[in-house]
Design a protein around this ligand. Structure first.
Ligand SMILES: Nc1ncnc2c1ncn2[C@@H]1O[C@H](COP(=O)(O)OP(=O)(O)OP(=O)(O)O)[C@@H](O)[C@H]1O
Length: 246
């Protein structure tokens, strides 16, 4: 479970996250949506203790994640698939993470199999496509078999086979009772993957409800799709020209 209480992050004059209070529950895939610059990545980084909040708290299963030893056992995350040492092999990268988190080395082979990278395990990451890097990032998130998983734009760079695989993986992880929080701009993917939605705009919470309730409310207001309901909800929360309702 992830619990945010009045979570706030300011960078100089910019309030990236504004008094966010919400609970992300286990057993669901929670889609985390918002226009560009809404504060999604900042929120994920605050949860993982990579940034310090200006005010408020973020708890992972009842404790702050920052400073937690062997953190990958408690929460796994894919934040930036490009943020890896290109000179290492996939196996060496995962083995180093396993070592520093007290995870048995056998897990490395298991997660490489699970994400479909076993055949290229000894290849340098520098030669990997974006889709392969995404899979490696997902392998790293799964390494510690954690109860809480966070994914920032996990569908980026994946081909249709990869997208379908990720969709199924997230659903399985949630069905196993894990907390799965997925940020994405792809409404079609969220529609098929998430069963709960959190929407933020300019750092503030706009929606925290089931996908079914959100789409039903959108329909009542004349929206014909999740995308349209999202556009209507966030239209006054963007700082750039929008396409509006077609
Ligand atoms: N390290 C930083 N220093 C200064 N401002 C930052 C920093 N990180 C984020 N911001 C600002 O905070 C706001 C929220 O950014 P964030 O990246 O969290 O949004 P996002 O919802 O993930 O956006 P996107 O969908 O474009 O990835 C933006 O105005 C951004 O410019």
């Amino acid at each position: 479970m992830i619990e945010l209480r009045d979570l706030t992050k300011r960078y100089g004059g910019v309030t990236a996250v504004d008094r966010l209070t919400l609970t992300v529950r286990p057993g669901h895939v929670t889609g985390f949506l918002g226009p560009n610059g809404a504060g999604k990545s900042t929120t994920l980084r605050l949860v993982l203790g990579l940034h310090r909040p200006t005010a408020g708290t973020a708890l992972v299963d009842g404790q702050p994640f920052a400073g937690r030893r062997r953190g990958l056992r408690y929460a796994g995350a894919l934040l930036d698939a490009g943020d890896v040492h290109g000179g290492r092999s996939a196996r060496a990268h995962l083995a180093a993470l396993a070592r520093s988190n007290g995870i048995p080395r056998a897990r490395v082979g298991e997660v490489l199999d699970q994400v479909g990278l076993a055949d290229v395990a000894r290849c340098r990451i520098g030669g990997f496509s974006l889709g392969m890097r995404q899979r490696l990032g997902i392998a790293a998130a799964l390494l510690g078999d954690p109860p809480v998983l966070l994914f920032d734009e996990p569908f980026n760079g994946l081909d249709p086979h990869g997208v379908r695989w990720v969709r199924g993986l997230f659903r399985r992880l949630a069905a196993e009772g894990r907390t799965v929080l997925v940020s994405s701009h792809l409404m079609s993917e969220m529609e098929q993957t998430a069963d709960h939605l959190v929407v933020i705009g300019r750092g503030e919470l706009l929606v925290d409800e089931s996908l079914a309730a959100f789409t039903a409310r959108g329909r009542d207001n004349g929206a014909t799709s999740l995308e349209e309901a999202f556009m209507d909800l966030t239209a006054d929360r963007v700082d750039y020209p929008t396409g509006g309702r077609s």
